[in-house]
Design a protein around this ligand. Structure first.
Ligand SMILES: [Zn+2]
Length: 476
């Protein structure tokens, strides 16, 4: 009985083995004749819009041989349009067909950009509120999305955030440092160089100080250095100031103490320069004189008066033509030397007119009669000394002259005026030439004077801060 069972089991076992053998062979044949396609790279690929889709590749086998070149690929990817695309890879061998697909997703993967106006790192005064300087946001697809920017203030920074329509997110930060890093600014009234005659009283012209955080610090300035006007030379005054957190500013003024020259003995810095200066106008010849200067491309200096009010408008023209407008006197009466008040009253009236015509006050002036005049003695003794000091302490600079063209006397001819200029103008120095734009002969002499001086190689200039100061010896 037991052997019967055993023989039956053997049969079953044999049958199972046979079935397995057949299955294995069938599978073997199936895998052998089945075409296979293998995709290289991922089955799902994400690419940015407008990027080029690059096929990662594929291989195919059939009956053990490479049939990659038999694959037909259908690719409808349009990378200019957002969307999901399917690429089909098909291998057809007789009745056997094999197809695989790959998914390509075209999407906007690019984040917008945010541009900040102003610095990304700001220094603010303590307690100062930051005033937004602006920003712009751009996206490759959506364009200008500035209006979508959200702004968040946190301690010490501002965060700007934006998302584009495809949820790409960008944030930038502006750092706020509440720290005063700027030193105050010192501005010297009267400029960084100042020239004063020997033995005149030096009064500092003062300064203004502004600080980005602390405002006006003028009262905090420490001034060091001294000027000894009894000795000719160059002196330095130093101005130092600190703001509340210790940022320090310092500046210096050079004060030159020069000899009170006698007429015509002045020697400049070696350059041959002519300063044409016209007193007593504007008047009826001023316009013509301006046009002569313009034709010759020469800048001059006008020491103006109000003797002929109907020509006041010429002051504006002098200024617009690039000449220096300086004060001579409003009235041109000797009574201005009665007192300091009388002088100042006359001077200020004229300078108001200058301001009206040119937009700013004149810094330069010329005393009627020159600083060495003695007529003023009849009005007040010592007035020229006190006026020279007073006016310089107010920041004004006066100029006398090196060459008098002699045009004040009406019987002096055009030829005489030309001759005077030729005789007394010297090379290798600064020549301030005194003329009057209310004189017909001066107007007529001017073209010859200019052409002579040009021929001699002189430079022409209008009085400015670089002009050597010419002061006569005060005689009252
Ligand atoms: Zn005059």
């Amino acid at each position: 009985m037991s052997s019967k069972i055993s023989s039956k089991n053997k049969k079953i076992l044999l049958i199972v083995i046979c079935i397995l053998f057949i299955i294995c062979n069938a599978l073997f044949v199936y895998f052998l004749i089945r075409p296979s396609i293998k995709l290289l790279g991922d089955k799902e690929i994400h690419i940015n819009i407008n990027a080029v889709y690059e096929e990662p590749g594929y291989t195919a086998k059939y009956l053990g041989s490479n049939v990659t070149d038999k694959i037909e690929v259908t690719n409808n990817v349009d990378s200019t349009k957002i969307g999901t695309y399917t690429i089909k890879y098909v291998l057809q061998k007789g009745n056997v067909k094999k197809e695989v697909t790959r998914t390509v997703i075209v999407e906007d993967m690019e984040s917008p950009s945010i541009e900040l106006t102003g610095d990304k790192e700001k220094y603010l005064c303590p307690n100062q509120t930051y005033e937004e300087e602006g920003y712009q946001a751009f996206d490759n697809i959506d364009g200008d999305i500035t209006s979508k920017v959200e702004r968040k203030e946190e301690s010490g920074k501002i965060i700007y955030m934006v998302k584009d329509a495809n949820n790409n997110y960008t944030e930038v930060t502006r750092k706020l440092n509440y720290e005063d890093k700027e030193a105050p600014i010192i501005e010297l009234k009267g400029g960084e160089t100042y020239t004063i005659g020997q033995n005149q009283k030096y009064n500092d012209l003062g300064y203004t100080v502004t600080d980005n955080c602390d405002g006006d610090l003028s009262s905090q300035v420490e001034v060091t250095g001294e000027v000894d006007t009894s000795k000719i030379g160059e002196y330095t005054i130093t101005y130092t100031v600190k703001d509340a957190v210790g940022n320090e500013a310092t500046t210096t003024r050079k004060v030159k103490v020069v000899e009170q020259q006698a007429s015509n003995d002045y020697v400049g810095d070696g350059r041959s320069i002519v300063y044409l200066t016209f007193d007593d106008g504007p008047g009826q010849y001023t316009e013509k004189i301006l046009s002569i200067l313009k034709e010759n491309d020469i800048k001059a200096t006008f020491f103006v008066t109000n003797q002929f009010p109907r020509y006041q408008g010429m002051i504006k023209k002098e200024y617009e033509d690039g000449h220096t407008v300086a004060v001579h006197t409003y009235s041109h009466q000797w009574a201005i030397y009665d007192s300091e008040d009388a002088y100042l009253n006359d001077f200020n009236k004229m300078n108001e007119i200058v301001k009206e015509q040119t937009g700013s006050y004149a810094k330069y002036f010329r005393f009627p009669g020159g600083s060495s005049n003695t007529v003023s003695r009849k009005h007040q003794l010592g007035i020229m000394t006190s006026l020279a000091n007073l006016m310089q302490s107010k920041g004004y600079t006066y100029y006398d002259w090196d060459v008098d063209c002699g045009d004040t006397h009406s019987n002096n001819t055009v030829d005489y005026i030309i001759k005077m200029v030729k005789t007394y103008t010297r090379k290798g120095r600064s020549n301030i030439i005194l003329m009057h734009d209310i004189k017909k002969n001066t107007m007529e002499a001017l073209p010859s004077i200019i052409s002579y001086l040009k021929g001699q190689g002189f430079e022409f200039a209008a009085i400015d801060e670089n002009t050597p100061v010419k002061h006569f010896k005060i005689a009252n």
